[in-house]
Design a protein around this ligand. Sequence first.
Ligand code: AMP
Length: 473
Amino acid sequence: MSFDTLGLSADILRAVADQGYSEPTPVQSKSIPIILEGNDILAGAQTGTGKTAGFTLPLLQILSSRGQNNGHRPVRALILTPTRELAAQVEESVACYGKYLPLKSTVIFGGVKINPQIATLRRGVDILVATPGRLLDHVQQKTLDLSHVEILVLDEADRMLDMGFIHDIRKVLALLPKSRQNLLFSATFSNEIKRLADGLLNSPVMIEVARRNTATELVEQVVHFVDKKRKRELLSFLIGSQNWQQVLVFTRTKHGANRLVQQLEQDGLTAAAIHGNKSQGARTRALANFKQGAIRILVATDIAARGLDIDQLPHVVNYELPNVPEDYVHRIGRTGRAGNEGEAVSLVCIDEHKLLHDIERLIKRDIPKIDIEGYDPDPSIKAEPIQNGRNNNTRQGRANRPNHGNRAKQGTTAKRSSSGNNRPSNAAKARNNEGTKRSDANSSRSTTSSSSPRRSHNAQGRERASLLGGGNR
Ligand code: AMP
């Protein structure tokens, strides 16, 4: 199938051709004609499927064909996204696919000054991409009028709900005209999403392009069992020995991300962290440097990484497994995008066997276990509860055992584990893993960023407090 058959105008097709896309992806070929007919849609599509163009192309077509008011330019399409990074990327796509059209777009999100956004809005914008919190700030300041919105897009709606945006979304919905077209995109369909969809969508057409909660098949997944204390060493070893040039590494906490960056830099590797405590400028800079190859490793927390679109990202490393199994699917979806092959490596310590088990149950398959010579876990180390955002440098750090690092560095051989032991331990069963996701999302205004592993109790207390406050606006 080609793009020409979907009913898009020549100006839009030219912009698509400029991107080098020859064929629509499945979500595009399904959603574009349905949206052009004016239907509401409920689309189950994960990031990486081409969903952004799936809603952007028909949206541009509809707005440009309806013409616009002379003089005053009200917002006619509103696209809500969970994170700043995703908002910025979506707006880039809108500008890119709409470059031959007389439509104006802009993006607004928190963490940056509001005044330039006010000035841009005042000059008139047809398509607005926004995160919910900052959008409401504008509404409150009366710098934004949403009463002319014709099309509403909720992108990654499940993520917005995960991040606690449901009340903000409902407030925004109340500000929109009753008669409008609604497009809801979500990777998963929880009951909460269904409730939101029921109240929002008008006889929607359902579109499902990827099986729910399945890890993308293009991604080769592997687990290396390793002691927690030796993960950093193994990561540096893998990057160096296999000459990985662009690696996205996930940690569970912001503090862990900072500490890992410092350690990797000590190993002579270029790295930067991207998480909710970083200023918007620092996040944008880190991403740009990573995309350009100026830094080799980007260390990210789940929320910060959501929606990152880095073309042909070859390696994703789960330095720590996520507390929520669905986040594993999102993480590995950063690689193997748009038809490219990718590799997702998970470094799993004894504390994380239960998390691994939950992930394998969700994706309904065993992830191959490969032992790296010299990094076999020390069987005397017992599982401990995972402490999120706190200093967990405890028993493993004190374990008095031989250092296998030198041995490992002599050989790069990997051998497939016969046991693949991933049974949950009792201690692992007892752990309490909740809280990180929302915490990370809501801590963007916090000022605590201590990265020393030997912080005082006060510092730890401050970080805990900061995890509970703020807002990702
Ligand atoms: P998305 O799921 O919207 O985040 O898109 C994932 C990636 O696919 C982005 O890098 C897009 O630029 C790319 N992409 C979108 N549409 C196509 C297409 N028809 N052919 C090839 N790549 C595409």
